[in-house]
Design a protein around this ligand. Structure first.
Ligand SMILES: [Zn+2]
Length: 152
């Protein structure tokens, strides 16, 4: 994937989005795509062990919980209410259906969502800063070393 700076509009934007989605989903460093973004389940690493990216810029705060609620919890609540209305189960059935579904449904997306937020923070910061340096680094890596990381 060669980016020569000429086509900087749409292609770059969709590439960037793909990059954010991929780095976030896999929990990879948004700069080099090799190091790990997390040092534990939801703890963002201090810095990338491969390229040394300092993760102090990353402050997704309650973002992941909020998105997780919006994307998962509300539809699930709807499902659980529907389940109750249609099947009218005894209360303890919910202990073995609704409750675990709700827990897993809210916890599982937390990490990819956090990864996406951190990756997009990195990329947006690079854009806002107006410094083409970080931006070039992102695309420099993209076009040279790790093109295979982008296109599988
Ligand atoms: Zn890195």
């Amino acid at each position: 994937m060669q980016t020569n700076g000429a086509r900087v509009t749409q292609d770059t934007q969709s590439d960037t989005l793909r990059w954010i989605l991929k780095a976030g989903w896999k929990g990879l460093c948004p700069r080099c795509g090799k190091g790990r973004m997390f040092r534990s389940w939801l703890k963002v690493a201090d810095r990338c062990e491969v390229c040394g990216l300092d993760y102090r810029f990353a402050a997704p705060d309650d973002g992941p919980a909020f998105f997780s609620l919006c994307i998962v919890a509300f539809p699930l609540t709807f499902f659980i209410v529907w389940f109750q209305v249609v099947f009218d189960p005894v209360w303890w059935v919910h202990l073995f259906t609704s409750l675990p579904i709700m827990l897993v449904g809210c916890l599982l997306p937390l990490r990819p969502i956090k990864g996406w937020l951190v990756a997009s923070q990195y990329v947006n910061r690079a854009q806002e800063a107006g410094t083409d340096k970080i931006w070039d680094q992102l695309h420099g890596r993209e076009s040279t070393k790790s093109s295979s990381n982008f296109d599988d």
